[in-house]
Design a protein around this ligand. Structure first.
Ligand code: FAD
Length: 202
């Protein structure tokens, strides 16, 4: 049973995983089981090149970021389980958790964070009630989002990145995943606000 399972291996999802992973030294998070279904084939990053994303060096290829960010996650926060080569097909709400079915396995998690982009049709069964037209994408693109309030779709379900209704920019998607992660950490910390900072030793 995961405490939090992130679905997607693109910008918002890996950003969320990095922040959740980075809280490992905090008492309230040290025993939490965190996972990410790091499917990357359908990421917007595959064909992108970046010149306008804060902190990303000019000309950076999205295909490089896909590799480097999951390697960074593995190196710094190996306790975050990375599940590769699996695609989520269905999410089923159970009494106190969610059942997440992929094309290969089944997982359970208390919290699910979904960052699979705004493609239409939505490829995960079980969340139909939350799908609405994307509020910030051009109508002719026919994108969708999940209805949410500050990323919270329903108890235990978060949408992040463009799926949360944000415009498609790397910095926005990364910030969205980070924002949801700090909200989850705050819940784990009994409602006391959390941020995770590293500082240069003095
Ligand atoms: C060609 C192109 C150029 C771009 N250029 C720029 C730019 O110059 N500057 C800028 O700021 N932004 C740019 N963007 C936008 C930026 O890449 C996106 O805004 C950002 O990637 C969105 O992040 P996300 O996490 O919402 O989605 P993504 O990064 O697309 O991640 C979604 C992830 O979900 C996975 N997934 C999908 N379905 C499933 C499933 N059923 N189960 C599990 N995983 C699944 C995908 O494989 C993917 O890894 C560009 C986008 C494109 C397409």
């Amino acid at each position: 049973m995961f405490d939090a399972l992130i679905i997607g291996g693109g910008v918002s999802s890996v950003s969320c995983a990095l922040i959740l992973g980075s809280a490992c030294k905090k008492t309230f998070a040290e025993h939490k089981k965190i996972g990410i279904i790091a499917h990357q084939k359908a990421s917007s990053l595959q064909n992108a090149v970046f010149n306008n994303a804060y902190g990303v060096s000019k000309g950076k290829l999205g295909s490089e970021l896909l590799i480097e960010t999951t390697e960074q996650l593995k190196e710094l926060y190996p306790h975050v389980e990375q599940i590769e080569d699996e695609k989520v097909l269905r999410i089923v709400k159970q009494t106190s958790a969610f059942l997440i079915e992929t094309n290969k396995k089944k997982y359970t998690s208390k919290i699910v964070v979904i960052g699979i982009g705004a493609g239409n049709p939505f490829t995960i069964e079980g969340l139909e009630n939350y799908i609405i037209p994307h509020k910030k994408a051009a109508t002719e693109k026919n994108r969708i989002q999940l209805k949410n309030e500050d990323h919270l779709v329903d108890e235990g379900i978060y949408a992040i990145g463009v799926l949360a209704g944000h415009r498609s920019q790397l910095s926005i998607a990364a910030g969205s995943g980070a924002s949801a992660a700090t909200d989850i950490l705050t819940i784990w910390n009994d409602g006391k606000p959390v941020q995770v900072h590293d500082a240069v030793n003095k």
